[in-house]
Design a binder for this molecule. Sequence first.
Ligand code: FAD
Length: 479
Amino acid sequence: MSEKYDVIVIGGGPAGYHAAIRAAQLGLKTAVVDAWAGKDGKAALGGTCLNVGCIPSKALLDSSKQFYNIAHNLPVHGITVENAKVDLGVFIGRKDKIVKQFTGGVDQLFKANKITSFFGKGKLLGSKSGGNNQVEITGNDGNKQILAATNVILASGSVPIELPFAKFDGKNIIDNAGALDIDKVPKTLGVIGAGVIGLELGSVWNRLGAKVTILEALPDFLGTADADIAKVAQREFKKQGLDIKLGAKLGKADVKKDGVHLTYSDKDGEQSLVVDKLLVAVGRRAYTDGLLADDTGVKLDERGRIVVDEHCHTGVDGVWAVGDAVRGPMLAHKGFEEGMAVAEWIAGKAGHVNYDTIPWVIYTEPEIAWAGKTEKQLKEEGVPYKIGSFPFAAIGRAVAMNEAIGQVKMIAHAETDRILGVHMVGPGVSELIAECVVAMEFKGSAEDMARIIHAHPTLSEAVHEAALSVDKRAIHKGN
Ligand code: FAD
């Protein structure tokens, strides 16, 4: 008889580890199977997010921002630094240390919550044992064992999409993990895809001196963001030297001695470009390789994602799925919430995920953040709306910081005044979006936000003024 758990989670990324910790908190006997090996070959919990995603990319964004500011921001403050240099070993080493601290932290949390951790590949079997689900674990040493559980949570995450004509080789043509570990600043870096990952990692290497060219197949820049916000961001990225070519479809990428030779087509016809390195960041796909035996009954959709209902249930008794492996935005915090909600549903409690208020953030300079509907979406849906906006140029704190770029745009229902969406580009907006999410979660109106006292002088005054501006009564700008 195999060892029996209440919950086995396959995948120890953000979605999986949140599910496991919440399940353990609720008194459920919980195990996690995760296959991720760190640079030292040892188990490294935390999935894409902690190992090669959210955290390491933010570490490099922050380091590169410090370097960029020396030449581009400090002189305005009367500070000059000569001969500033980047030690790439220290730069990458700092990021690696942060990754280790956080992956080790998840391991500690598992121990503190008495969660059993297995390092290896997990596979949901179709056959049941005494009515329980079964998971086969293949350890990294090749040894197999079978565990039983009342509930199995599939949290296998996602992997980068590979283009058949630009295959990753880890050296010249790289994915997000490769772009976090370049050992010499390339003179030229090509990036395929002007999405979040392309823009963030393109910014890192641009700030260190690489000439970065981003090819984006779509005609619009950041089509998922609000158009006004995208326009400001595009203008600022151009000023920073990022060369973003829209409507540019990659045809071929040949690795030769002198670099990666790209052929792409745009509105003017066939073009070519040679770059030292090529980062392919065209999106990610749900990862389910080897996860499911043929007879489990768990279904995948046309994009390879695990099919679930609104409660993240797969339709197979006791089998749930969360995070990047299922529908919805591929964001760590969306996975956190799904993981915790599933644990609560399993424990018979009222889990909850509000997909309408998930915040989006792009950690470039300026930062971009939004929650709720864009103006374009509301137009398409025929919802009557009114808009308030406020520029950071009129915010004392932003000017004092020399970061007076961008704006906050608030959209409210024309009749009820309920906040339907907030869109921002500017300094610190990754933090400012949180209060807007709170307001939306509580079904707040623009007037509610306008009546809330915001400290002066802070960046948050831009949110306050945007709310006032919905009613055409912003104080520090014409209405
Ligand atoms: P993952 O994090 O992919 O974890 C899945 C885990 O399951 C992995 O450890 C994998 O090894 C393991 N696994 C898979 N199959 C099996 C199996 N059969 N057996 C055992 N283990 C298995 N999101 C944000 O919200 N904010 C950001 O700033 C952000 N920045 C990002 C930057 C980059 C460069 C990238 C690539 C992503 C970023 N993301 C960001 C996205 C975020 O990383 C993902 O949305 C998040 O990691 C998804 O969590 P997950 O738990 O669903 O899957």
